[in-house]
Design a protein around this ligand. Structure first.
Ligand code: DGY
Length: 336
C-alpha cells in the first residue's frame, strides 16, 4: 500500500522499504501511519520511488539504495531516513544533508553479535571446520589420522585489526581469552590507555601495511566509503604474512575480491573467511571453488536478539527525528 494524501490517523507517515523484525514492526505501527514493509524481500526501484512519496520518515535496509532520486521522490515532507544497520553506505548521506534530511543508523546494539560472528569465521577457517563438516556429511571420514585436516593455531597468534571502532574493539576483547597479541590501526590514532582492557596486549600501528605485515589473522572493521574501497587489494594482500588469514565481516568492497582469489590460488594466504562480498550476493569468479575459504551470507548481526534491538532502535531514531527530540544515533547531526 502506498501513502496517500488522505491519511487521517493524525500520525506521521512512515514508509518501510521492507519488513523489519519485532518489536520494531509493532512499535512502528503504534507511532506512525505505516505503509510498505509487508514483505521480507528487497524492494524494486519503481515501488520504492512510488512508496516513499509523501513520507515523513523512511526506514530502510542495506538492500535498498537511497539516493537523491529517492529523496526527491519522497518530497519535501521527508525528515529522516533511518537505516536499520550500523553501515549506511546504501544511503547518499551528502545528498540527504543537502536536503536537510537526517540520516540515522543502529550502532552498539549489534556490536557483540558481529564480533561473535567474526570469531566464528576466524576459528572456522583456521581449524577447517567447514571442510571437516563437509567430509563427515559426505561419508569421507574413515578414521582418526594424525594428518587429517590440520589447521593453524589461533591461541597465541597475532591478531591484526584494521578499524578499531566499536566492533574492532569487541573482536579484540575476545582475543584476551585466546592469549593473542593484538595489533591495530585506526584513523583517529591510538586508543587512550583507559580504553584498553586490563591484561590485554593491544599495540597501535600507524599504517594498515604495518598491521598486515605482522599479523597471523587480519580482521577488517572499517565502514565502506571512498577511502576504504579496495583498502585490501593485490599490493596489501602481498604484504600479509605467508599462510596468514583474512577475515572480513565489514563490507565486501573493502576487499578487491579478484585479487583475493588470486592470492589464495597462489598459496600465499592460508585462507579467507568472508561474511560480505564485493558485488553481494554475487561472488568473484573462482572464490566458491577454493577449499580454504569460509563463506557466509552476511550474517554479522543475525541473531534474534540483535535484530530485535536493531528494529527497535531504527524506529526510536525515526520517532525522535519527526518529533524534534534528541535522536539516539544521527549520522549527519549537522542538519539538526
Ligand atoms: C550492518 O548493520 O551494517 C550490517 O552489515 C547488517 O546488520
Amino acid at each position: 500500500m502506498t501513502a496517500s494524501a488522505s491519511d487521517t490517523s493524525g500520525k506521521p507517515r512512515l514508509f518501510l522499504t521492507r519488513r523489519i523484525p519485532e518489536p520494531g514492526y509493532s512499535f512502528a505501527q503504534e507511532a506512525f501511519s505505516v505503509t510498505g514493509g509487508e514483505r521480507d524481500e528487497p524492494l524494486a526501484r519503481e515501488p520504492l520511488l512510488h512508496g516513499v512519496a509523501g513520507a515523513e520518515a523512511v526506514i530502510s535496509l542495506l538492500t535498498e539504495a537511497i539516493d537523491d532520486a529517492v529523496m526527491a521522490a519522497a518530497g519535501s515532507r521527508l525528515r529522516v531516513i533511518s537505516n536499520m544497520a550500523v553501515g549506511f553506505d546504501n544511503i547518499d548521506v551528502a545528498a540527504a544533508t543537502k536536503r536537510g534530511i537526517l540520516v540515522t543508523n543502529t550502532p552498539d546494539v549489534l556490536t557483540d553479535a558481529t564480533a561473535d560472528l567474526t570469531w566464528a569465521l576466524m576459528l572456522s577457517v583456521a581449524r577447517r571446520v567447514v571442510e571437516g563438516d563437509r567430509m563427515v556429511r559426505e561419508g569421507g571420514f574413515q578414521l582418526w589420522s594424525p594428518f587429517l585436516l590440520l589447521g593453524r593455531a589461533v591461541a597465541g597468534a597475532c591478531l591484526g585489526i584494521v578499524g578499531m571502532g566499536r566492533i574492532g574493539q569487541a573482536v579484540a576483547r575476545r582475543a584476551l581469552g585466546w592469549d593473542m597479541r593484538v595489533v591495530y590501526t585506526r584513523i583517529s590514532g591510538p586508543l587512550a590507555a583507559g580504553q584498553v582492557p586490563a591484561g590485554a596486549r593491544w599495540q597501535y600501528r600507524a599504517t594498515v601495511a604495518d598491521v598486515l605485515q605482522e599479523s597471523d589473522f587480519v580482521s577488517l572493521h572499517v565502514p565502506l566509503d571512498p577511502g576504504t574501497h579496495h583498502l585490501i587489494a593485490a599490493r596489501e594482500l602481498g604484504l600479509m604474512k605467508p599462510g596468514s588469514f583474512l577475515v572480513n565481516a565489514s563490507r565486501g568492497p573493502v576487499v578487491d575480491e579478484a585479487a583475493l582469489v588470486a592470492s589464495l590460488r597462489s598459496g600465499h594466504l592460508g585462507g579467507a573467511a568472508l561474511d560480505v562480498y564485493e558485488r553481494e550476493p554475487r561472488l568473484a569468479v573462482g572464490l566458491a571453488e577454493l577449499p580454504n575459504v569460509v563463506l557466509l551470507p552476511h550474517l554479522g548481526s543475525a541473531t534474534v536478539e540483535t535484530r530485535g534491538r536493531m528494529s527497535e532502535l531504527a524506529v526510536r531514531n525515526a520517532i525522535a527525528a519527526v518529533r524534534g527530540e534528541p535522536v539516539p544515533h544521527a549520522v549527519n547531526p549537522e542538519v539538526l
